[in-house]
Design a protein around this ligand. Sequence first.
Ligand code: PGA
Length: 257
Amino acid sequence: MKKTLILNWKMNPESFKMAKELFDFVSEKTKDQIMIAPPYLYLKDLVNNQNKKSKIKIIAQNVFWDLLGAYTGEISPLMIKKMGISGSIVGHSERRYILKEDDDLINKKIISLIKNDLLAVLCVGETHKDSLNQALIFIKNQLKKDLSKISNSINKISYLSAGRKNTKLIIAYEPVWSIGGGKPTDAERSALIIKEIKKFVKEKHGLDVEVLYGGSVDCKNISSFLKYKEIDGFLVGSASLKKSEISCIINKVAQNK
Ligand code: PGA
């Protein structure tokens, strides 16, 4: 099974020129589908200037839940959809813990994205290097809240996920303590947690969900994660900004087919 690769640029790079150059570099490196989440300011121009042959899907790093209204500073799922954006990351730990987003808000965002036929990439993960058991309790609690009430949209997700790559819900397991480059978690432990996440979502919602690993993934450590069939792909932050790292990651993922 092909692995999914999502590149989260966070608040980088500093100019559109640099973003476009990096985007074109990734486009040329791969014929497989990759998703890139650039900063909001670059989304429109990247979509409009995307080479017709490029298979890269562009997603947002964040989105609001309501479609229009008095929400200063927010961006609507409707707006990103009209712009040709495929979906959004939701519940990234930097939004949860720096910007204080809670599970209720995250849940509303997920429901809104799915209802509007957009992809939701939900990030979950324990904040501390807990025991496996403690980590699973923490993650299942997040999943319970973040995916609550998605049953009304279930037909939409499962219908679309029949052709796996068209799914409207992807989960990224990102242990918060491993985010930021240079602090990857143990691949075997991540595979175990990912297996449990899949089991939980199947039991609670009847969905076969794709689950990625994120947290300090780079050229050196990706091979250890690629060994596990449970890990459906990767959400890459820091390394996705370096050309040498990203081309190495793309090559290793491609060779793994
Ligand atoms: P990192 O970021 O690869 O720099 O650890 C991953 C993420 O925050 O999604």
